[in-house]
Design a protein around this ligand. Structure first.
Ligand code: HEC
Length: 144
């Protein structure tokens, strides 16, 4: 009987701890990235806008002089190298999470880390919404 009474309290305590953790990550945000939580999940990102994402996907990045489609190809489906991933039709949530991970350094790649470094939460959402809305030609890179 006592378990039945304590379980909800434990759940509430866990939720409170999670909420606190999310808030404290916010306060440590880097300059220019103040909009939204910097958690390791795409939850909490602003809504993605496909049309704006399309513009961002073809815009040359200031730091690298390259656009997303320069490497991932038209609609993210024609990568310039067979080992580069296709993005079209991938879950937007997955794409956003990957970009957040490159930005934070949790996921590192010589090319992609530089691409994601200056993206805002809104840009990550917009780019992810755009590539996620394109036709899917996803394939397994195993064996390449
Ligand atoms: C210079 C080439 C290059 C450019 C420019 C580039 N990418 Fe990438 N991208 C790559 C490569 C290579 C990988 C695979 C990296 C790895 O193995 O982690 C990748 C991986 C990704 C992934 C992870 C895909 C997955 O299936 O896990 C996402 C998302 C992504 N890129 C989005 C973008 C976006 C958005 C832009 C534009 C802001 C962009 N990329 C610009 C080369 C590039």
């Amino acid at each position: 009987m006592s378990n039945a009474v304590h379980a909800p309290r434990l759940a509430i305590a866990l939720l409170a701890a999670l909420a606190l953790a999310a808030c404290s990550q916010n306060t440590s945000g880097e300059p220019g990235h103040a909009e939204g939580p910097q958690a390791s999940s795409s939850a909490g990102l602003p809504d993605g806008r496909v049309a704006i994402g399309e513009q961002l996907a073809i815009a040359k990045g200031k730091a690298t002089g390259q656009s997303c489609v320069d490497c991932h190809g038209v609609e993210g489906n024609a990568p310039i190298d067979a080992t580069y991933p296709k993005l079209g039709g991938q879950y937007a949530d997955y794409l956003a999470h990957a970009l957040q991970a490159y930005r934070s350094g949790d996921r590192q790649h010589a090319l992609m880390s530089a691409q994601a470094a200056a993206l805002t939460d809104q840009e990550i959402s917009d780019l992810s919404a755009y590539f996620g809305s394109r036709p899917a030609q996803l394939r397994d890179l195993h064996g390449l």
